[in-house]
Structure formats: structure tokens, C-alpha cells
Design a protein around this ligand. Sequence first.
Ligand SMILES: C[S@@+](CC[C@H](N)C(=O)[O-])C[C@H]1O[C@@H](n2cnc3c(N)ncnc32)[C@H](O)[C@@H]1O
Length: 270
Amino acid sequence: MDDEEIPVHDLRTDRPTPARMYDYYLGGKDNFAVDRDAAEQVLASAPEVRVLARENRAFLGRTVRFLAAEAGIRQFVDVGTGLPTQGNVHEVAQAVAPGSRVVYVDNDPIVRAHAKALLPDDGTTAVVEADMRDPGPILDHPDTRRLIRFDEPVAVLFMSVLHFITDAEDPYGLVAAFRDVCAPGSHLALSHITPPERGADGAESAADVYKKRATSPAVLRSPKQIEAFFDGYEVVDPGLVNLPRWRPDDPGAARDAEAVWMLGAAGRKR
Ligand SMILES: C[S@@+](CC[C@H](N)C(=O)[O-])C[C@H]1O[C@@H](n2cnc3c(N)ncnc32)[C@H](O)[C@@H]1O
């Protein structure tokens, strides 16, 4: 990896980060030995985590396509972006509506460095390095102000990221802070890990690896707790469901959906 512009201390090569572990599950190359080791420990408890990661990316793609094509959204704030991979938000949105604008937000410096190198140089996207636990600086950031008009509908995405925020850190309050600045007709879309119906021990052990080793713990939340993020929104069909069940491109492919212990939904602000 060539990350000379990031101070080594900021890179946290001593501890696994969620962004780099996720990159490893997806088969990416932007990870270190410490990330691979922790990710392998997760996979030893819950081998299906690789499938979850892939299903999550597919869900993200379908949701953004829905938001751009059916909900008419032209501006997106993608909170907890992750390392660039295939089907990034601006690529999916701009395939439907060229010129759609995207602000990417992540607190891992490696995400900013890689995203900056890979984002198009056409003024439609920006990457903001910030912690979502403090929404104010994200909403006030000059790049956010340049790209996003909060008096027009916006989609705010929290894909596979709210489970890195503990209850003590007020995940509901931070989602509400974004909701409160968005115009009616704006949308919220999110995915979140949940205790599986089968194999709950494996999921708990996997979450435990994050708690003990990574820079953030991982919190499994019940469907009711996840639904509560949509306070102030009308959840669109099919509601909060296991990811493969959310508007699948191929309905036959959603057969073993319960094995994917991640739920997702999208909602429209009233
Ligand atoms: C599992 S990845 C998900 C990436 C992408 N959203 C997706 O669904 O494919 C979680 C991302 O959230 C970021 N993240 C975790 N905690 C965060 C925080 N407090 N503020 C901003 N980003 C955070 C991580 O750095 C990582 O890139």
C-alpha cells in the first residue's frame, strides 16, 4: 500500500479498523496483517460474514438505484462510506441521474486518502473525514455546504455503520440530527446487524472480536431497535427486512435470506 500522505499514527496499524476488515471480507487489498488476522478470527466464528458483506454491497446498490430512479433523489450523504469498491454511491446514482452529488463521510483516514485518489474530478463528489458521533462539523463542512442543499430532498445513508455506535454514544440522536436538517421528502436508508435466528453464538463471538480488538465495538440490535432509527420517516415497501429480501433484482435469489443476519430499510421523511 502507498499511504505516505497519512501519518502512520493516524493509520492505526496497531489495531484492526472496521473499514479495513470489511475491505478484507470483500476481497480487497487495502488492509494490513492486523486487520486480516482479526477478520479471520471473525470468519472462524461466523464464516457467513463474507456473504453478509457482499449482500450489504448489493443492498446498497439497489437502495441507491431506488432512491435515484424512483424517489427522484439527486443528492446523497453517505455516512460510513468504507474503502472505495465496486458500485460506489456516485457511480450507481450517476448511472441513473448524471450530475447527482455525493458527500462521503468516514472517520478512517485511509478511506479519505483512497477515495480522494479515486473520486471523479468533476465537482460532483467530496470526501469528508469526520466522526458521525458529532454531526455538526459534517453538516457545516464547506464541502457539504457546497454540494448539498438541505432545503431540497437529500438521501442520508448509514450502510453497515450504526452497529459501530454503542447505545451510550446515542446513535438515535445522531440519526435524528441529520433528519432534522433535511427537507420533507428526504430519505434515510440503512443496514444493520441483528441477532440471527440460527447460529446466534457465532454472531456474538464475531461481535466480540470487534469489541476486544478493533477500533470500534460491534453491537447487534433487534428489529425493533433498528426500526426505531426511522422515527419521523415512513418506511417504504417492503419495510425492514433481511437484506436479500429488499427489492431483489432476482426474487429467486432471496430464498435463504434469514441466514443473512443484517436488516435494511429505506424511509421517506414526512
Ligand atoms: C462496514 S463499513 C461499511 C462501508 C459502506 N457503508 C458499505 O455499506 O459498504 C463501515 C464504515 O464505517 C466507518 N465508521 C465506523 N465508525 C464511524 C464513525 N464513528 N464515524 C464515521 N465513520 C465510521 C468505518 O471506518 C467503515 O469505513
